[in-house]
Design a protein around this ligand. Structure first.
Ligand code: C5P
Length: 286
């Protein structure tokens, strides 16, 4: 019997996102609170003689351009192995949506292949490979909630905090992360999140004070291109969200709700208007 493993790969949302400046290497210096949610892909990994990637979704590439493929290759090369793995991605996370769908699959491959083949790499080594694959991969490996700096790879874990209820709406278009960052004019940013205040509120599970700082400066780019993003935010607030913010480089938008039935009720209502609506909570690792 060939050995196999199934990994949960949770999506991430950015509860805050500030850009501090542009770096010499072309990337942007970030300060962002990242949070895993219970919208999951499942990544099936089986021993094989070469690396292959397949998915139930036609939006997922089945070649070397897939970050999960590159994750397997980087890991096996680091260990000097010529074997492969068969990867099957059961896709639930919308693609090109600001939810780190590709990065979380790649993180699941790093962790899963390391376990499956008994490669024995430690967390630090996996994080190092993850950072070479993409800015969000280290967070996806670490999981939970964290304040991320640098390109997104310098992580300060934020353990504790509340389990939060959110409604997530994915508008019917995709945004390219690189294009959103390229369109950012740092001088035109008027409103920024106060991440210190956000983290303090997070640590006291004070949802109302968290809501005040749920701000994403990348909205200055994406809302200008797609005003619908602002309409979705307003719609979630009208339906009872404490606040609403775009995740990452967009276009997904989340609304934060008080505990109880408010989020489920709002999700029902916004489904009349938007097609891709998800009722989500914080991801808790089993
Ligand atoms: O790291 P990743 O490949 O996910 O980033 C995609 C693109 O987003 C980069 O090529 C870069 O243009 C932009 N980016 C950035 N600053 C970051 C993260 C991403 O400018 N901190």
């Amino acid at each position: 019997m060939l050995r196999n493993i199934v990994m949960e790969a949770p999506a991430k949302v950015n509860l805050t996102l500030d850009v501090k400046g542009k770096r010499a290497d072309g990337y942007h210096e970030l300060e962002t609170c990242m949070h895993q949610i219970d919208l999951l892909d499942r990544v099936h990994i089986t021993e094989a003689s070469r690396i292959t990637v397949q998915s139930n979704s036609s939006s997922v590439p089945d070649d070397e351009s897939n970050l999960a493929y590159r994750a397997a290759r980087a890991l096996l090369e680091k260990c000097g192995l010529r074997t492969g793995v068969r990867i099957f991605i059961e896709k639930n996370i919308p693609v090109g949506a600001g939810l780190a769908g590709g990065s979380t699959d790649a993180a699941a491959v790093l962790e899963g292949v390391n376990d499956l083949l008994g490669l024995g790499l430690d967390r630090f080594e996996l994080l190092e490979i993850g950072a070479t694959l993409g800015s969000d991969v280290p967070f996806c490996l670490q999981g939970g909630t964290a304040l991320a700096r640098g390109r997104g790879e310098k992580l300060t874990p934020l353990p504790g905090g509340p389990r939060i209820n959110m409604v997530l709406i994915k508008p019917p278009f995709q945004l390219s992360t690189a294009r959103v960052y390229a369109g950012l004019d740092l001088n035109s940013i008027i409103e920024r999140p106060d991440n210190r205040a956000f983290v303090a509120a997070w640590e006291r599970s004070d949802l109302k004070s968290m809501a005040v700082n749920m701000i994403n400066v990348l909205e200055t780019v994406s809302v200008a291109r797609f005003p619908e993003i602002a309409e979705i935010k307003n719609c979630l607030i009208r339906k009872g969200a404490l606040h609403s913010v775009m995740s990452g480089s967009g276009p997904s938008v989340i609304g934060l709700f008080e505990p109880g039935p408010a989020a489920a009720r709002a999700a029902q209502k916004v489904k009349e208007r938007y097609q891709e609506v998800y009722l989500v909570s914080s991801y808790l690792r089993e």
